[in-house]
Design a protein around this ligand. Structure first.
Ligand SMILES: Nc1ncnc2c1ncn2[C@@H]1O[C@H](COP(=O)(O)OP(=O)(O)O)[C@@H](O)[C@H]1O
Ligand SMILES: [Mg+2]
Length: 382
């Protein structure tokens, strides 16, 4: 063999080895480029994790063809659209919307009102499948009953709030015009008008400050928690109301267990609870009523009761008592100075402290508000 021939053989062998070494990664690369539908193991894992996530969503999700045949859906979609496990065909309003989306190629939104009384929002969008001219339609079904209920409550509140703010303003402006036309010497009518105006301004001030308190509570403004001796705090609050109670001929007393655990609470907000409940009893009960504030320790809770033997609250009103602006209208009166926000403020404060409030009442027998607050650390006060 000549040296030249040996050289050619060696170069040819080297070329063969190199191509064999390159063949594996190159073929792997092209296989992956040419068939993207064949996912890698990690892609399969990702898809599986994604599917688990989609299945757990509180929204119903589905994928169908343009004729409404289901390709995939999570169990929430089956539940909300009342589809059996064996149902693979959409129908009714859902099908109409799927067909409309397939036609318009735009996001279609519609609110469904199924016979079950639920409120469902359906959003569907049609999309061309990758690498084909076929279209599939993706849908999201959301239960909007709670959201619609909250919106209705909010609209109702704004209407009532508007009314509550407007009425005193109208009354005050009426009295101003009346006073302008009064002869100077009519001091008696002038004084009567001033009294009405004063009381309406007081009502307005009370309402606006209560709106502010409620919005602070609802904005989740942080509480300033510290260990509080609740017995001492209740006593201070009762003492500060004794003058008012005496003016109305109402007796207020306090009964507290000797040793109550200190609770983690916001002193300022907790004062509002006693001021509102004892204040209500003084405001809404007639002369001669007895009001008692009772504090006890029960298991790991503090039990607080504010009880009176006043006129009581009709049974029909009890479920609404803690609603914003709810007042019990006494016939022929424009109620008292109340804003109707006091009890909703109390409820919110109690809930923000991890507690709960209930009411027991009987007409002509009296009313008892019962609060349970968690005692937290359980350290004993004196
Ligand atoms: N101790 C009570 N006895 C009788 N009625 C009460 C008592 N506490 C509250 N109420 C009734 O509940 C309504 C709502 O109370 P609240 O939210 O504090 O509003 P208000 O600003 O009118 O006091 C009051 O208008 C009143 O009719
Ligand atoms: Mg009140």
């Amino acid at each position: 063999l000549s040296l030249d021939l040996l050289g050619v053989i060696i170069v040819a062998l080297m070329f063969l080895c190199l191509s064999a070494a390159l063949a594996v990664p190159v073929s792997w690369y092209w296989r992956r480029r040419l068939s993207p539908r064949q996912p890698l193991r990690s892609d399969t894992d990702k898809a599986r994790r994604m599917e688990t996530f989609l299945r757990a969503l509180p929204e119903g999700l589905f994928l169908s063809d343009r004729e409404g045949r289901l390709l995939w859906c999570n169990s929430r979609a089956r539940e909300l659209l009342a589809l059996d496990r064996t149902d693979f065909q959409l129908g009714g309003e859902v099908l109409t919307l799927v067909q409309r989306a397939a036609h318009s190629r735009q996001l279609e939104v519609h609110e469904l009102s199924p016979a079950s009384g639920a409120r469902l929002q359906l959003r569907v969008l049609s999309q061309q499948q990758a690498g084909s001219d076929k279209h599939s339609v993706g849908g999201i079904v959301t239960d909007v009953a709670e959201q619609r209920h909250q919106e209705e409550l909010y609209r109702h509140l704004i209407r009532n709030m508007w009314h509550e703010l407007k009425t005193p303003l109208v009354i005050v402006s009426m009295h101003i015009s009346k006073m302008r036309q009064l002869p100077n010497e009519d001091a008696e009518t002038r004084a009567a008008s001033l009294d009405v105006m004063e009381s309406e301004v007081e009502r307005l001030t009370n309402l606006t400050s209560n709106i502010l308190l409620l919005s602070r509570l609802e904005s989740e403004e942080p509480l300033h928690l510290e260990p509080v001796n609740i017995g001492a705090l209740a006593e201070q609050e009762v003492i500060s109301l004794l003058g008012l109670a005496e003016q109305k001929g109402i007796r207020v007393s306090i009964q507290s267990a000797l040793q109550l655990p200190r609770i983690q609470a916001d002193r300022g907000w907790l004062r509002q609870v006693f001021a509102n409940l004892v204040g209500n009893a003084i405001k809404h009960c007639p002369s001669g009523t007895q009001v008692e504030v009772r504090l006890a320790s029960e298991n790991k809770d503090i039990a607080i009761e504010v009880a009176d033997n006043g006129p009581g609250i009709p049974e029909d009103d009890l479920p609404h008592l803690f609603e914003k602006l709810y007042r019990i209208q006494k016939e022929g009166t424009r109620s008292t100075q109340g804003s109707g926000l006091g009890l909703s403020i109390v409820k919110k404060i109690v809930e923000r402290h991890g507690g709960e409030i209930t009411v027991k009442s009987k007409v002509d027998a009296g009313t008892t508000f019962v609060i349970r607050l968690p005692a937290g650390e359980g350290k004993l006060t004196n």
